[in-house]
Design a protein. Structure first.
Length: 730
């Protein structure tokens, strides 16, 4: 039987008035008029109002005790987490000079403040992101025409071992694409090109000035992936969860006059973005120190412009007149990136407000002094505290601090959610001396309010004139602070695992407590390695694999995947709490596509559209990776998807008379009675059809067609020669 917490007194206002008037008839029988207009009744109602307030306070004693247990156990509520975004600056209308913007730059999305994480150089140029898109099925007559043209230049199209194959491409701006760009399959050379452009209608002096302003500067190139990739991390403290891809940047080896060998490049110093491609990042590329080394080759012959290793051809004469130089970014195709957006002059920002200097009440020399900051939801990593102009360090174990006067005693503890600062008692941690000045500097966040839409961050109060900004993609990652009720629920978990991950339940509880990760599902697989264990858990001692799924993913709401920030937060929180002899692997789910086609019959009087949507919703909830009303844990690991089981789910939907048939296909579209799932695989509905009568064939659902496959020649592959397709002109 569960323990019920009784109320200390459950009487309300009406009961107090009723009981008091009943006693009045015993103690004062001469008081016979007890109507609402009697002054005595008014006094009784006033007494009942005050007594009810006192009883309400008394009934709060158990709740106060639970909150006090949180304090005694040092279980602070989780503070709000800041939202993150990518912001792009432009210096088109400002002074024609390079501006260096510092880190910590205040920006605004309406009334919501943001601060930049890093500084950047902002030269008076514009970056145009272009790529060479392969022409899928060119006209054979057109291809023969190009082949004849290039044979006249001495290129070999004879089909020998040194054969050259012309591959037609279009120069396309990344901003013109309706969706994401798959660098590996949609580009002819696997590269991303950035044209550095001077302001419109430039003179020779403007081009010379632009080169001078670019010399030795660092361009901050923002890269935003379309979808997060399956991410994993091995708990090795001190190393990143996922190493960044090997990106490289190249510029033409030519001077301002256009001299140099066409197609020859110099490699530039580049710092790869951390966390990319699982999240947006900044690629920092430093240009040559001399303005004479910044340029492009002189205008090539018509048949050579944009051919081979040369940059894409700019068919717009106005853009070509503004061209200063090119940047070529390699390595994106090897990383399997689907790029949603890219641009120059970018920096990462976080939603936070900064208090540069706040004076707290001075020290009084007493033990266990406490001070309250002006704001809660503090970002602990930003907290700096000075006592008598001497820095004190933040610690999460104040009770383990050395005694006053010993090295390392000048520490303090912080409750980030409430903004309360605690000091030691002298025996464990130092005390601020009497009349000592206490000054703090910190940042604080607004939580989910910082998840603003694209284009919302557009104000910078301290920006120079003419500088504009905007966020090309929505901000994400902001989480609200934990409520007291949610904090109370963690008391039994903390008492059980005592902040140490030993059992599977301990791993589950500790991972869910990670401050900077909103965990939706945790699956702990002891003695199992995803790369070494084809079978069920239990055959790899000393290894623990944890499947992690975030509660929310704006880019994939139905099938969320953890990003690099999520994994890094869990790594940082779990690493000091695990056993040193235990190897822990953190992994995201591997979604396996399935195809479902259902045929149903309806009860009389039911709406077809409504019942069809209910069947779809029931199947999606049944196969969902996260807990929901249909499943308390989400789809189990190592469980196959069975067609009969799905048919049963569809048949139980309200309004369905019966299921005429259910076709189930695996990721390739092949029909199966069961689709097995192994390892960390979870089902992903690639296609779902619900129809009256017989189910739609899987081939129609998938859209498979017939026709042969061009396997190509089995001999020596030809050398690909990228050739721009010249648009027809009247």
């Amino acid at each position: 039987m569960p323990i019920q917490l009784p109320a200390i007194d459950d009487r309300d206002h009406a009961a107090l008035v009723r009981d008091t008037l009943a006693l009045a008839a015993v103690h004062a029988p001469e008081w016979t008029h007890t109507g609402p207009s009697d002054p005595g009744v008014t006094l009784v109602e006033l007494f009942a109002f005050m007594a009810e307030s006192l009883l309400y306070r008394a009934n709060l004693i158990p709740e106060r005790n639970r909150l006090k247990f949180l304090q005694l156990l040092s279980i602070g509520l989780r503070p709000a987490q800041p939202a993150r975004a990518l912001v792009q600056f432009s210096n088109e209308a400002g002074e024609r000079k390079t501006i260096t913007l510092p880190s910590g730059l205040p920006l605004l999305a309406g009334a919501i403040p943001f601060l930049s994480d890093t500084g950047l150089d902002l030269p008076p140029v514009t970056g145009l992101v272009v790529f060479k898109r392969v022409v899928g099925t060119p006209d054979p007559a057109l291809l023969d025409y190009y082949r004849q043209l290039y044979e006249a230049t001495g290129r070999d199209f004879s089909g020998s071992d040194a054969a050259v194959e012309p591959v037609l491409y279009d120069s396309v701006q990344l901003a013109d694409l309706p969706g994401a760009l798959d660098i590996g399959t949609e580009t002819v050379d696997g590269a991303l090109w950035i044209a550095l452009l001077a302001p419109p209608k430039p003179s020779a002096a403007d081009l010379t000035n632009a080169r001078a302003e670019l010399a030795g500067r660092t361009l901050s190139i923002g890269l935003v992936p379309n979808e997060p990739q399956p991410l994993g991390a091995r708990l090795q403290p001190g190393r990143p969860a996922t190493p960044p891809p090997a990106l490289s940047a190249w510029a033409p080896k030519a001077n301002a006059a256009g001299s140099g060998t066409a197609g020859e490049y110099r490699r530039l110093d580049a710092v790869a973005p951390s966390g990319f491609p699982e999240q947006a990042g900044i690629l920092q590329v430093t240009l040559p120190a001399s303005a004479d080394d910044i340029g492009t080759w002189a205008e090539a012959e018509p048949l050579e412009a944009g051919v081979g290793e040369l940059p894409p051809q700019l068919t717009d004469e106005a853009l070509a007149a503004r061209l200063i130089s090119w940047l070529r970014i390699d390595g994106l195709s090897n990383a399997g990136v689907q790029l949603a957006w890219a641009g120059t002059h970018c920096t990462a920002v976080r939603q936070r407000s900064r208090v540069s200097r706040e004076l707290l009440p001075p020290g009084d020399g007493s033990p266990e002094q406490r001070r309250r900051l002006s704001h809660g939801q503090v970002l602990a990593e930003s907290m700096q505290l000075l006592v008598a102009n001497q820095p004190w360090l933040l610690t999460d174990e104040l009770e383990a601090a050395p005694a006053e006067g010993q090295p390392g005693a000048n520490v303090f503890a912080l409750d980030a959610e409430s903004g309360e600062v605690r000091f030691g008692d002298g025996a464990r941690g130092a005390r601020p001396p009497a009349n000592a000045e206490i000054a703090v500097r910190f940042d604080w966040a607004l939580g989910s309010a910082g998840n603003v839409a694209a284009g919302a961050i557009k104000l910078g109060p301290t920006l120079p004139p003419g500088v504009k900004l905007s966020n090309p993609r929505p901000a994400s990652g902001g989480l609200d602070a934990e409520s007291a009720a949610a904090g109370e629920k963690r008391i039994p978990l903390v008492l059980r695992h005592r902040d140490r991950a030993v059992s599977a339940e301990d791993f589950d509880a500790i991972i869910r407590e990670t401050p900077q990760a909103d965990v939706g599902r945790v699956e702990v697989l002891p003695a199992w390695h995803p790369e070494l264990s084809p079978g069920l858990p239990g055959d790899q001692p000393g290894v623990v694999t944890c499947l992690l799924i975030p509660r929310q993913d704006p880019r994939r709401p139905d099938y969320p995947l953890p990003d690099a920030d999520f994994m890094d937060a869990v790594c940082a929180y779990l690493a000091p709490r695990r056993l040193v002899t235990c190897e822990v692997l953190l992994r995201g789910p591997a979604y396996a596509g399935i195809w479902i086609s259902v045929g149903i019959e309806l009860h009389a009087g039911q709406g077809v559209a409504e019942v069809r949507e209910r069947v779809k919703a029931a199947l999606k909830a049944f196969l969902a990776p996260l807990p929901n009303s249909a499943s308390a844990t989400g789809w189990p690991l190592f469980k196959s998807v069975a067609a009969l089981e799905l048919a049963t789910v569809a048949a139980r939907v309200d309004g369905v008379l019966g299921v005429t048939g259910l076709l189930l296909g695996d990721s390739s579209g092949a029909q199966r009675d069961n689709v097995p799932l192994a390892g960390l695989q979870l089902p992903l509905i690639a296609g779902l059809s619900v129809s009256l009568g017989d189910p739609v064939p899987l081939s129609d659902l998938i859209g498979q067609g017939t026709g042969g496959t061009d396997g190509g020649s089995t001999g020596t592959p030809a050398i690909r020669l990228p050739v721009p397709r010249v648009p027809e002109k009247c």
